[in-house]
Ligand binder design. Structure first.
Ligand code: TMP
Ligand code: ASP
Length: 254
């Protein structure tokens, strides 16, 4: 409830209205119709919300990690929705209409790729694989082909080409950044939005909720996991893994 106190403080002329509550964030309006406020929750879900829990302190950690990664990407010329963080769980962002596609980029095989193809966990993928899922909870976020995506009019062919290229650029920047932090970027999920001028920009968050991150040099397949797979697979030490990622990202971002 800290966030509700934060957002109803005198920093806002008018009372913010909750626009939407997602699994990990709440989105509010602000005084400025071009900006929204996202509040990062401690709630964690997996397997299309069939598994639910709380990761204490996750909201602050994911907000801080996302902030640093968005700032790093902006400095590399990637347009993002990031504006600033008025508090440690809040991020002010440009108002966008989310493109209902979850873009997944994979550098090593893990998760659903291993399950659906039989590829061994950790198989190097070069060049990286870009996949698209339909952001639709009632359908279970199914994997989409490019043709299905166009059939559903989720994006134009030009937008899709742009999103794909931007995702690969983001992968290069993030992989290099995490490598400096002693972390291997296995795979991650991105979401994009259309701003008021209809430009496609990076939205949502980039955090241990949305990336697979392995500790470099750690060969134990469970001990190396520093991301939400610790929650998905009931491996324990979830909070400390998220904290380690934050410390490494902050150390590198200095
Ligand atoms: P997957 O292997 O389960 O398809 O996940 C690929 C990547 O996408 C992984 O880094 C976790 C992330 N992800 C999300 O951020 N949200 C989701 O709902 C799912 C299924 C995966
Ligand atoms: N966040 C997703 C859900 O609960 C799944 C996941 O991240 O594994 O639907």
């Amino acid at each position: 409830m800290v966030g509700l106190l934060d957002i109803s403080s005198q920093r806002f002329m008018t009372k913010p209205t909750q626009l939407y509550e997602g699994k990990a964030k709440i989105v509010y309006t602000t005084d400025d119709s071009d900006l929204l406020l996202t509040y990062f929750k401690d709630d964690a879900t997996a397997f299309n919300a069939q598994k639910r829990g709380t990761i204490t302190g996750k909201g602050q950690i994911n907000c801080a990690i996302s902030r640093h990664l968005f700032q790093m990407l902006e400095a590399q010329g990637i347009p993002t929705h990031y504006v600033d963080c008025p508090s440690d769980r809040e991020m002010r962002v440009k108002a966008v209409t989310i493109v209902p596609i979850e873009v997944i980029v994979r550098n090593l095989a893990a998760g659903s790729l291993c399950k659906q193809t039989g590829l061994a966990l950790g198989t190097q993928i070069d060049p990286p694989l870009v996949e698209y899922c339909y952001k639709n909870d009632s359908l279970g976020d199914p994997l989409l082909t490019r043709d299905r995506l166009l059939l559903l009019n989720l994006a134009t062919p030009e937008e899709l080409d742009y999103i794909r290229q931007m995702s690969l650029d983001i992968d290069r920047h993030l992989s290099a950044f995490f490598q400096e932090c002693g972390i291997i970027l296995v795979d991650f999920k991105l979401e994009f939005g259309r701003d008021r001028q209809n430009n496609i920009i990076l939205a949502d968050e980039i955090s241990p909720d949305t990336c697979r991150l392995w500790k470099q040099g750690e060969t134990d397949p469970q001990a190396r996991i520093l991301d939400k797979d610790r929650f998905r697979q009931d491996l324990g030490d979830v909070e400390s893994a998220y904290k380690q990622v934050l410390e490494r990202v902050l150390g590198q971002a200095k």
